[in-house]
Design a protein around this ligand. Structure first.
Ligand code: ADP
Length: 462
């Protein structure tokens, strides 16, 4: 599955591995990073908010430091408190996980100023690829297909109307700094475009602190296909193949799988190579995900680049055998990539279901609270990434994802059967979760055929 370069080569030009790393995150991803640190012989240090006090994963860290009250702004998003904790614990590096400060170039810059390695790209590379408008420019230069649309941020209404009539309706308005599926508006004609523009800019300013918006062609019946890439500080970049994340609810992913089903071999190579080319040319060091939408003819267009580890990284780990979180740490420590592209092969099929503390029957209303009974699934080919145990209380303050159930099998059919089996074993009581919805999905014939698009789930739930 995976051939590493010889030990001799791996040490060539290597930096010094960190001895202590601070994890600026919480929940399952904090635990995932603790595990990677331990396997690399690094001492993990956690930070936590008052809402997470007593969380079981904190005991696995060498040190756990309280950084403030529950609201993220006063804790996990508070740069000075996190930097103070890093200085008190005397760490060499900070891993930001996903969400929170992971895509904040200003935070990466503060780390650099404090001589703490940020486990992620440089602030410059993050600005180059993390901003959607700048990223489209970089993609154009690297000859990566992008959506037809405005060349940069839209300056005024008339300009937007001009672009829209050139590319044709429907179009989508997006925030340059957007994320998490928020702040996007689909417009089917000139009137809705005009009436939505100003509001979209105001919303973007309020949500992301940056009011820049742009428009692009809105693709109907598209699939979401994304490519995992790794770049090092020595100019090497490779891809770890693709994932399909078309099962989404209101632009939020719910099920992810690798490889993408029914993807033509040549298309697969083309999309993966273009992703690797983009980060190579952008001199990007770290892990990233290049996201694309794919039409029915398997033409692909880049959406954006996520400059951090993704929630769905485990499906790629399962089929390639590469530990993405450990590679991120090695890259940040200055080690050259240990694989060439030809060393990466994929085996079998992996699927991930996001288990959220939400009630699918009540419009996915959050369902926090105490977990009196937590019975995890197990057996061959099952991986569960979670920080939850019996007796844990899901706090209401944060994202509702409480576990990621990942299965790996020889092919897609067997992976679906295995997932259905694991979901049947999984019990989380008395809070409501997305488990019943996933069970329903694993029996859905359209899903089983691999013929879904990004609006499939919204249609199913209507
Ligand atoms: P975010 O950064 O907020 O996640 P993305 O640009 O990654 O935003 O888009 C998220 C989702 O929104 C996509 O997976 C897709 O479902 C939908 N989307 C975004 N752009 C388009 C488009 N041009 N046409 C159709 N759907 C789109």
């Amino acid at each position: 599955m995976l051939r590493e370069r010889g030990a001799q080569r791996s040490r060539k030009g290597a930096g010094r591995m960190f001895s202590r790393v601070l994890i600026a995150n919480r929940g399952e991803i904090a635990l995932r990073i603790i595990r990677a640190c331990r396997e690399l012989g690094i001492e993990p240090v956690c930070v936590y908010s008052e809402a997470d006090r007593g969380a079981p994963y904190l005991r696995l860290a060498d040190q756990a430091i309280c950084i403030g009250p529950g609201p993220a702004k006063e804790s996990y998003l508070n740069v000075s408190r996190i930097i103070s904790a890093a200085e008190v614990a005397n760490v060499d590096a900070i891993h930001p996980g996903y969400g929170f400060l992971s895509e904040r170039a200003d935070f990466a810059r503060v780390c650099r100023d404090c001589k703490i390695e940020f486990i992620g790209p440089s602030p410059e590379a993050m600005a180059r690829l993390g901003d959607k408008v700048a990223c489209k420019r970089a993609a154009k230069e690297a000859k990566v297909p992008i959506f037809p649309g405005s060349d940069g941020a839209i300056e005024d209404e008339d300009e937007a109307v001009k672009v829209a009539s050139k590319i044709g309706y429907p179009v989508i308005i997006k925030a340059a700094a957007g994320g998490g599926g928020r702040g996007m508006r689909v417009c089917h004609n000139e009137a809705t475009l005009r009436s939505n523009l100003k509001q979209a800019a105001q919303e973007a300013q309020a949500a992301f602190g940056n009011g820049a918006v742009f428009i692009e062609k809105f693709l109907e019946h598209a699939r979401h296909v994304e490519v995992q890439v790794l770049g090092d500080k020595h100019g090497h970049a490779i891809h770890l193949y693709e994932r399909d994340c078309s099962i989404q609810r209101r632009h939020q992913k719910l099920v992810e799988e690798a490889p993408a089903p029914n993807l033509d071999r040549k298309r697969r190579e083309a999309v993966c190579e273009s992703a690797a080319r983009l980060i190579r040319e952008a001199k990007y060091a770290g892990a990233a995900t290049v996201e694309f939408l794919m039409d029915a003819k398997q033409n692909f267009y880049m959406l954006e680049v996520n400059t951090r580890v993704q929630v769905e990284h485990p499906v790629t780990e399962q089929i390639t055998g590469v530990d993405i979180v450990k590679e991120m740490i090695r890259i940040a420590a200055g080690e050259p990539l240990r694989f060439r592209q030809r060393d990466i092969a994929t085996r079998g099929h992996a699927i991930e279901c996001r288990i959220n503390a939400e009630d699918p029957e009540r419009k996915f209303m959050p369902s926090p609270g105490p977990v009196d009974r937590f019975e995890p699934p197990g057996g061959p080919g099952v991986r569960l990434d979670t920080h939850v145990v019996t007796g844990y209380t899901v706090p209401p303050n944060y994202d509702s994802m409480i576990a990621k159930l990942i299965v790996h099998a020889d092919d897609r059919r067997q992976a679906i059967t295995r997932m259905a089996r694991a979901l049947r074993e999984f019990r989380v009581d008395p809070i409501k979760t997305t488990i019943p919805l996933h069970r329903q999905l694993m029996e859905n014939s359209q899903f089983i055929e691999g013929g879904v698009d990004i609006h499939f789930l919204d249609r199913l739930l209507k």
